[in-house]
Design a protein around this ligand. Structure first.
Ligand SMILES: [Zn+2]
Length: 304
Protein backbone atom coordinates (compact mmCIF):
# COMPACT_ATOMS: atom_id res chain seq x y z
CA UNK A 1 0.00 0.00 0.00
CA UNK A 2 2.70 2.39 1.08
CA UNK A 3 4.89 1.49 -1.90
CA UNK A 4 2.01 2.16 -4.28
CA UNK A 5 1.47 5.60 -2.74
CA UNK A 6 5.19 6.27 -3.01
CA UNK A 7 5.22 5.21 -6.65
CA UNK A 8 2.28 7.47 -7.47
CA UNK A 9 4.05 10.31 -5.73
CA UNK A 10 7.29 9.87 -7.69
CA UNK A 11 5.38 9.60 -10.94
CA UNK A 12 3.70 12.97 -10.29
CA UNK A 13 7.14 14.37 -9.45
CA UNK A 14 8.58 13.11 -12.75
CA UNK A 15 5.73 14.57 -14.77
CA UNK A 16 6.18 17.98 -13.15
CA UNK A 17 9.94 17.95 -13.71
CA UNK A 18 9.41 16.86 -17.34
CA UNK A 19 6.88 19.61 -17.93
CA UNK A 20 9.11 22.31 -16.47
CA UNK A 21 12.05 20.97 -18.44
CA UNK A 22 10.07 21.46 -21.63
CA UNK A 23 9.16 24.97 -20.65
CA UNK A 24 12.80 25.71 -20.00
CA UNK A 25 13.70 24.60 -23.53
CA UNK A 26 10.86 26.69 -24.90
CA UNK A 27 12.44 29.81 -23.46
CA UNK A 28 10.95 30.20 -19.95
CA UNK A 29 14.02 29.70 -17.78
CA UNK A 30 12.66 31.93 -15.02
CA UNK A 31 9.91 29.50 -14.11
CA UNK A 32 12.36 26.64 -13.70
CA UNK A 33 14.50 28.87 -11.50
CA UNK A 34 11.53 29.73 -9.30
CA UNK A 35 10.73 26.08 -8.72
CA UNK A 36 14.33 25.20 -7.88
CA UNK A 37 14.28 27.83 -5.16
CA UNK A 38 10.95 26.69 -3.68
CA UNK A 39 10.47 28.24 -0.29
CA UNK A 40 10.88 26.06 2.76
CA UNK A 41 10.10 28.11 5.83
CA UNK A 42 9.93 25.71 8.75
CA UNK A 43 8.45 27.45 11.78
CA UNK A 44 8.88 25.48 15.00
CA UNK A 45 6.59 26.22 17.95
CA UNK A 46 7.36 25.18 21.52
CA UNK A 47 3.86 24.75 22.87
CA UNK A 48 0.41 23.65 21.62
CA UNK A 49 -1.48 26.98 21.89
CA UNK A 50 1.30 28.72 19.93
CA UNK A 51 1.11 25.99 17.31
CA UNK A 52 -2.62 26.65 16.81
CA UNK A 53 -2.01 30.43 16.66
CA UNK A 54 0.79 29.98 14.12
CA UNK A 55 -1.36 27.69 11.92
CA UNK A 56 -3.90 30.50 11.71
CA UNK A 57 -1.34 33.25 11.12
CA UNK A 58 0.44 31.33 8.34
CA UNK A 59 -2.75 30.09 6.63
CA UNK A 60 -2.16 29.55 2.90
CA UNK A 61 1.26 31.18 2.91
CA UNK A 62 3.36 29.19 0.43
CA UNK A 63 6.24 27.07 1.68
CA UNK A 64 5.47 27.44 5.38
CA UNK A 65 5.64 24.28 7.44
CA UNK A 66 4.69 24.51 11.13
CA UNK A 67 6.03 21.89 13.56
CA UNK A 68 5.23 21.72 17.27
CA UNK A 69 7.86 20.33 19.64
CA UNK A 70 7.08 17.44 21.97
CA UNK A 71 4.32 14.88 21.55
CA UNK A 72 0.59 15.60 21.21
CA UNK A 73 0.26 14.80 24.94
CA UNK A 74 3.03 17.11 26.16
CA UNK A 75 0.85 19.95 27.47
CA UNK A 76 2.45 22.45 29.85
CA UNK A 77 6.23 22.59 29.71
CA UNK A 78 6.88 23.23 33.40
CA UNK A 79 9.81 20.82 33.59
CA UNK A 80 10.00 19.66 30.02
CA UNK A 81 13.27 18.48 28.52
CA UNK A 82 14.04 18.51 24.81
CA UNK A 83 13.95 15.10 23.10
CA UNK A 84 16.17 13.96 20.17
CA UNK A 85 13.10 14.48 17.93
CA UNK A 86 12.84 18.08 19.15
CA UNK A 87 16.53 18.65 18.41
CA UNK A 88 16.02 17.39 14.85
CA UNK A 89 13.07 19.76 14.35
CA UNK A 90 15.15 22.63 15.73
CA UNK A 91 17.94 21.87 13.24
CA UNK A 92 15.43 22.42 10.40
CA UNK A 93 13.82 25.49 11.97
CA UNK A 94 14.01 28.87 10.24
CA UNK A 95 12.03 30.54 13.04
CA UNK A 96 11.20 29.42 16.58
CA UNK A 97 8.04 30.64 18.34
CA UNK A 98 8.06 30.36 22.14
CA UNK A 99 5.57 31.30 24.84
CA UNK A 100 8.20 33.00 26.98
CA UNK A 101 7.34 34.21 30.51
CA UNK A 102 9.30 31.23 31.82
CA UNK A 103 7.26 28.47 30.12
CA UNK A 104 10.27 26.99 28.26
CA UNK A 105 13.00 25.87 30.66
CA UNK A 106 15.34 24.92 27.80
CA UNK A 107 15.85 28.16 25.87
CA UNK A 108 19.56 28.36 26.81
CA UNK A 109 20.20 24.98 25.19
CA UNK A 110 18.43 26.07 21.99
CA UNK A 111 20.45 29.26 21.89
CA UNK A 112 23.71 27.33 22.31
CA UNK A 113 22.82 24.90 19.51
CA UNK A 114 21.34 27.48 17.11
CA UNK A 115 22.68 30.93 18.02
CA UNK A 116 21.50 32.21 14.60
CA UNK A 117 17.87 31.07 14.98
CA UNK A 118 15.37 33.95 15.25
CA UNK A 119 13.15 33.41 18.32
CA UNK A 120 9.70 35.00 18.55
CA UNK A 121 8.69 35.59 22.17
CA UNK A 122 4.88 35.56 22.14
CA UNK A 123 4.60 37.14 25.59
CA UNK A 124 6.72 40.21 25.02
CA UNK A 125 5.12 43.47 26.22
CA UNK A 126 2.36 41.53 28.00
CA UNK A 127 1.69 42.39 31.63
CA UNK A 128 2.46 39.18 33.51
CA UNK A 129 0.66 38.05 36.66
CA UNK A 130 2.42 36.35 39.55
CA UNK A 131 1.69 32.83 40.75
CA UNK A 132 -0.54 32.60 43.83
CA UNK A 133 2.40 32.37 46.23
CA UNK A 134 3.88 35.47 44.59
CA UNK A 135 7.12 33.65 43.77
CA UNK A 136 7.27 33.56 40.00
CA UNK A 137 5.58 35.00 36.96
CA UNK A 138 2.73 32.92 35.63
CA UNK A 139 3.34 31.76 32.05
CA UNK A 140 -0.28 30.74 31.15
CA UNK A 141 -1.00 33.92 29.18
CA UNK A 142 -2.81 32.04 26.38
CA UNK A 143 -5.52 30.70 28.70
CA UNK A 144 -7.23 34.10 28.75
CA UNK A 145 -8.68 35.19 25.42
CA UNK A 146 -7.15 38.65 25.80
CA UNK A 147 -3.73 37.06 26.43
CA UNK A 148 -4.16 34.81 23.39
CA UNK A 149 -5.08 37.84 21.24
CA UNK A 150 -1.95 39.69 22.39
CA UNK A 151 0.19 36.65 21.66
CA UNK A 152 -1.35 36.27 18.18
CA UNK A 153 -0.57 39.95 17.46
CA UNK A 154 3.01 39.54 18.70
CA UNK A 155 3.61 36.45 16.58
CA UNK A 156 1.94 38.02 13.53
CA UNK A 157 3.99 41.20 13.72
CA UNK A 158 7.26 39.38 14.12
CA UNK A 159 6.52 36.96 11.29
CA UNK A 160 5.82 39.95 9.03
CA UNK A 161 9.28 41.28 9.85
CA UNK A 162 11.05 37.94 9.48
CA UNK A 163 9.29 36.87 6.25
CA UNK A 164 8.54 40.20 4.55
CA UNK A 165 7.76 38.64 1.18
CA UNK A 166 4.34 37.65 2.56
CA UNK A 167 3.90 40.57 4.92
CA UNK A 168 0.40 41.44 3.70
CA UNK A 169 -0.84 37.89 4.02
CA UNK A 170 0.50 37.53 7.57
CA UNK A 171 -1.17 40.81 8.42
CA UNK A 172 -4.53 39.77 6.96
CA UNK A 173 -4.45 36.30 8.60
CA UNK A 174 -3.56 37.83 11.96
CA UNK A 175 -6.39 40.36 11.74
CA UNK A 176 -8.86 37.65 10.76
CA UNK A 177 -7.91 35.34 13.64
CA UNK A 178 -7.91 38.22 16.14
CA UNK A 179 -11.43 39.05 15.00
CA UNK A 180 -12.62 35.48 15.69
CA UNK A 181 -10.98 35.55 19.12
CA UNK A 182 -12.62 38.89 19.92
CA UNK A 183 -16.01 37.44 19.02
CA UNK A 184 -15.29 34.45 21.29
CA UNK A 185 -14.30 36.78 24.15
CA UNK A 186 -17.47 38.80 23.78
CA UNK A 187 -19.65 35.71 23.82
CA UNK A 188 -17.87 34.32 26.88
CA UNK A 189 -18.11 37.63 28.75
CA UNK A 190 -21.82 37.81 28.02
CA UNK A 191 -22.58 34.24 29.04
CA UNK A 192 -20.31 34.06 32.10
CA UNK A 193 -21.25 37.42 33.58
CA UNK A 194 -24.62 36.36 35.11
CA UNK A 195 -23.32 33.16 36.80
CA UNK A 196 -23.95 33.44 40.56
CA UNK A 197 -21.02 31.32 41.82
CA UNK A 198 -17.63 32.96 41.26
CA UNK A 199 -15.42 30.96 43.67
CA UNK A 200 -13.59 28.09 42.03
CA UNK A 201 -10.78 25.61 42.68
CA UNK A 202 -8.56 24.63 39.78
CA UNK A 203 -6.03 21.87 39.36
CA UNK A 204 -2.88 23.96 38.77
CA UNK A 205 -2.18 27.63 38.18
CA UNK A 206 -3.21 27.53 34.55
CA UNK A 207 -6.35 29.68 34.94
CA UNK A 208 -4.90 32.77 36.63
CA UNK A 209 -5.29 35.04 33.57
CA UNK A 210 -8.60 33.42 32.64
CA UNK A 211 -10.07 34.06 36.12
CA UNK A 212 -8.93 37.66 36.03
CA UNK A 213 -10.46 38.18 32.61
CA UNK A 214 -13.89 36.76 33.46
CA UNK A 215 -14.10 37.72 37.13
CA UNK A 216 -13.67 34.37 38.88
CA UNK A 217 -11.99 33.94 42.24
CA UNK A 218 -9.57 31.00 42.41
CA UNK A 219 -9.65 30.24 46.13
CA UNK A 220 -7.17 27.36 45.85
CA UNK A 221 -5.22 25.27 43.39
CA UNK A 222 -4.83 21.56 44.10
CA UNK A 223 -1.24 21.25 42.87
CA UNK A 224 1.13 24.18 43.34
CA UNK A 225 3.41 22.54 40.80
CA UNK A 226 1.68 20.65 38.02
CA UNK A 227 2.41 16.94 38.40
CA UNK A 228 3.49 17.16 42.06
CA UNK A 229 0.77 15.76 44.36
CA UNK A 230 -0.14 17.93 47.35
CA UNK A 231 1.03 16.96 50.85
CA UNK A 232 -1.54 15.91 53.47
CA UNK A 233 -1.38 19.39 55.02
CA UNK A 234 -1.88 21.14 51.66
CA UNK A 235 -4.82 18.86 50.92
CA UNK A 236 -6.40 19.61 54.32
CA UNK A 237 -5.92 23.36 53.70
CA UNK A 238 -7.64 23.10 50.31
CA UNK A 239 -10.55 21.21 51.86
CA UNK A 240 -10.93 23.96 54.47
CA UNK A 241 -10.91 26.67 51.80
CA UNK A 242 -13.53 24.83 49.73
CA UNK A 243 -15.76 24.67 52.81
CA UNK A 244 -15.17 28.28 53.96
CA UNK A 245 -15.75 29.79 50.51
CA UNK A 246 -18.66 27.42 49.74
CA UNK A 247 -17.00 26.34 46.53
CA UNK A 248 -19.41 24.26 44.45
CA UNK A 249 -17.15 23.30 41.57
CA UNK A 250 -13.66 21.82 41.42
CA UNK A 251 -12.01 21.96 38.02
CA UNK A 252 -9.65 19.24 36.88
CA UNK A 253 -7.76 19.32 33.59
CA UNK A 254 -7.93 16.71 30.82
CA UNK A 255 -4.11 16.50 30.90
CA UNK A 256 -4.01 15.27 34.53
CA UNK A 257 -5.80 12.71 36.73
CA UNK A 258 -8.74 13.99 38.81
CA UNK A 259 -7.91 11.59 41.68
CA UNK A 260 -7.06 14.33 44.22
CA UNK A 261 -10.06 16.42 43.17
CA UNK A 262 -12.33 13.39 43.65
CA UNK A 263 -10.98 13.04 47.20
CA UNK A 264 -11.74 16.72 47.94
CA UNK A 265 -15.20 16.31 46.43
CA UNK A 266 -15.95 13.36 48.74
CA UNK A 267 -14.98 15.46 51.78
CA UNK A 268 -16.85 18.62 50.80
CA UNK A 269 -19.76 17.73 48.55
CA UNK A 270 -18.38 19.96 45.77
CA UNK A 271 -18.54 18.51 42.25
CA UNK A 272 -15.66 17.78 39.88
CA UNK A 273 -15.69 19.16 36.33
CA UNK A 274 -13.05 19.32 33.62
CA UNK A 275 -11.81 22.68 32.38
CA UNK A 276 -9.31 22.60 29.53
CA UNK A 277 -6.37 25.06 29.51
CA UNK A 278 -5.90 24.22 25.78
CA UNK A 279 -2.36 22.94 26.18
CA UNK A 280 -3.14 19.78 24.17
CA UNK A 281 -5.70 19.11 21.44
CA UNK A 282 -6.22 18.32 17.75
CA UNK A 283 -3.93 19.84 15.11
CA UNK A 284 -6.71 21.97 13.66
CA UNK A 285 -6.72 25.75 13.30
CA UNK A 286 -10.07 26.20 15.08
CA UNK A 287 -9.14 23.97 18.06
CA UNK A 288 -8.50 26.80 20.55
CA UNK A 289 -11.88 28.40 19.85
CA UNK A 290 -13.75 25.08 19.97
CA UNK A 291 -12.13 24.03 23.26
CA UNK A 292 -12.92 27.42 24.83
CA UNK A 293 -16.55 27.10 23.70
CA UNK A 294 -16.64 23.74 25.48
CA UNK A 295 -15.15 25.40 28.61
CA UNK A 296 -17.92 27.96 28.45
CA UNK A 297 -20.56 25.19 28.52
CA UNK A 298 -18.81 23.46 31.43
CA UNK A 299 -18.65 26.71 33.46
CA UNK A 300 -22.30 27.48 32.77
CA UNK A 301 -23.29 24.03 33.99
CA UNK A 302 -20.97 24.07 37.03
CA UNK A 303 -21.57 27.60 38.34
CA UNK A 304 -25.30 28.05 37.74
ZN1 LIG B 1 0.80 24.81 33.36
Amino acid sequence: MFMRELFKFSLVGLIIVGFLGLNGCAGYPDRVETVKQARDVTIVTSFYPLYIMTLNITKEIPGVNVINLGSPQTGCLHDYQLTPGDMKALEKARILVVNGAGMEPYLDIVHQRRPDLPVIDASQQIRLLKNMDGSEENPHVSVSITGAIQQVKNIGEQLQALDPQFREQYKANTAQYVQSLEALRQKMQQDLEPLPNRNIVTFHQAFTYFAEEFGFEIVAVVEQEAGVEPSATELADTIKLVQNYRVKALFGEPQYSTKVLDAIARETGAKVYVLDPVVTGPNEPDAYIRIMEKNLQVLQEALQ
